[in-house]
Design a protein around this ligand. Structure first.
Ligand code: ARG
Length: 458
């Protein structure tokens, strides 16, 4: 395969070096973007009279033909080419002869790859945002069903205070809504077009960068040609948004794994989203959640790989930048796959409400409420806290819950205790009376869902 840069070098490149240099194995996925951007470039060249109109028309129809042929499988991307840009140009020239050779006027692969990647990642960002919203929708639907399901809330993985399962699920919906916002922010900031920066210093041709930007759906051309070909910070922003999505999914996965264990038995995953063991017939494993937790590391790795690739390179283009693509492609592939299984996994899981409730009734989860009971009757909270601590110790040593301890025992410890203490420490009271804004009650879950739906337009 003749090199794009044949002319400058006359010696043959070593085969191992050639293969090391190639990016086609991974950048070929940007074929649509490369063709679309090239069509826009040809149209700009025509409008500005930089190439003959007839040659421009041949380029455009030739490019659409290549697009169709790749789409239908008639044309296979040649893996011997250096990259997708050289492949498309070589194929165009093979089809359209001299006209094909005019396409690269006032363009460099440096601004071309920057443009292609922006186009590609804009699509990926929007698709991922949609998948995040799908998961949020699944969470809101489940939360609505489970808004009155009482479960233990934890701190330090110790039973702390009762919450509703709907409230717990909505916590993840809120986190994911900010993830969608982070993708939006990155997408907004990357809405500028690098094409026309050429190799690094612009061009002497009378190009129209605004026109080309507009054709490709970008709101403006980038204002500095060196920045345009050197910047990959939008890819870093996207990777960091993806990393946070994985952080959230990984925490959630950890809970799903715990909840489906025999020790918890809070949920049962659908068979469609679990696997069995090859030897232990009783096993139903939460593999999707475990994989998500495991794959989080590789997305973080992708972020660090790109940051590290960028940190030492002088302006403008350096070949190090070819490393941007595998990192960001892998991260998008991983996050999209995780989101795709997560939403239906949540929708189809069975919630074992009785077990959640039972767990909420053990572990002195209403101890704070008992202290609050005394506080409402005039005892300073810190004194009440200490007294309840002693009562918990007594109950724990005697195998009793706070509900099971007799009224005389309570009265022995404080004359503020009355029969109504039992109603005050009832598990439903403890959960449903927490009516402060953002609390766990069914009404609050409804409010959270309504607020989020409105905010996200869902
Ligand atoms: N394959 C290259 C990349 O992904 C395209 C840009 C090549 N530019 C160059 N001057 N070698 O970065």
């Amino acid at each position: 395969m003749a090199k794009l840069w044949a002319g400058r070098t006359s010696g043959e490149i070593d085969p191992a070096a050639e293969s090391y240099n190639r990016s086609i194995s991974f950048d070929k996925r940007m074929w649509r973007e490369d063709i679309t951007a090239s069509v826009a470039h040809a149209k700009m060249l025509k409008k500005q009279g930089l190439i003959p109109a007839e040659a421009a028309d041949r380029i455009v129809s030739g490019l659409w033909g290549i697009m169709e042929d790749i789409e239908s499988g008639r044309l296979v991307i040649d893996s011997a080419c250096e990259d997708i840009h050289s492949f498309v140009e070589a194929e165009l020239t093979a089809r359209e002869g001299e006209a094909g050779k005019m396409l690269h006027t006032a363009r460099s692969r440096n601004d071309q790859v920057a443009q292609d990647l922006r186009l590609y990642l804009r699509g990926e960002g929007m698709e991922t945002r949609k998948l995040v919203l799908d998961l949020i929708t699944a969470l809101m639907e489940k939360a609505y069903e489970e808004k009155a399901t009482v479960m233990p809330g934890y701190t330090h993985l110790q039973r702390a205070q009762p919450v509703t399962f709907g409230h717990h699920l909505m916590a993840y919906a809120m986190m994911l809504s900010r993830d969608a916002g982070r993708l939006d922010d990155a997408l907004r900031r990357m809405d500028e077009s690098p094409i026309g920066a050429c190799a690094l210093a612009g061009t002497t041709y009378d190009t129209d960068r605004r026109f080309e930007a507009e054709l490709l759906g970008f709101s403006a051309p980038m204002r500095n040609s060196l920045d345009a070909v050197s910047d990959r910070d939008y890819a870093v922003e996207l990777l960091s948004a993806l990393s946070l999505i994985m952080t959230h999914l990984s925490r959630f996965s950890e809970e799903i794994i715990l909840w489906s264990s025999w020790e918890f038995r809070f949920i049962s995953l659908s068979d469609a989203y679990s696997t069995g063991s090859s030897i232990m017939p009783q096993k139903k494993n939460p593999d999707m959640a475990e994989l998500t937790r495991g794959k989080t590391g590789r997305v973080y790795g992708d972020l660090i790989a790109l940051l590290t690739a960028l940190k030492g390179i002088p302006l403008a283009y350096n070949k190090d930048m070819q490393e941007d693509k595998e990192a960001v492609f892998d991260a998008f592939d991983t996050v999209k796959a995780a989101l795709t299984v997560f939403a239906p996994m949540i929708s189809t899981m069975r919630v074992l409400r009785d077990n959640m409730r039972l767990a909420a009734q053990r572990g002195f989860i209403n101890a704070t409420d008992l202290a609050d009971y005394l506080t409402c009757r005039g005892m300073p909270f810190r004194t009440a806290y200490k007294l309840v601590g002693e009562i918990v110790t007594y109950c724990s040593e005697n195998g009793l819950t706070l509900e099971e301890l007799g009224i005389e025992e309570y009265k022995k410890r404080s004359e503020l205790f009355e029969q109504d203490l039992y109603a005050a420490i009832d598990i439903d009271t403890c959960c449903f009376k927490r009516t402060s804004l953002g609390g766990p009650t069914p009404e609050s879950v409804d409010t959270q869902i309504a607020w989020l739906r409105e905010k996200l337009g869902l």
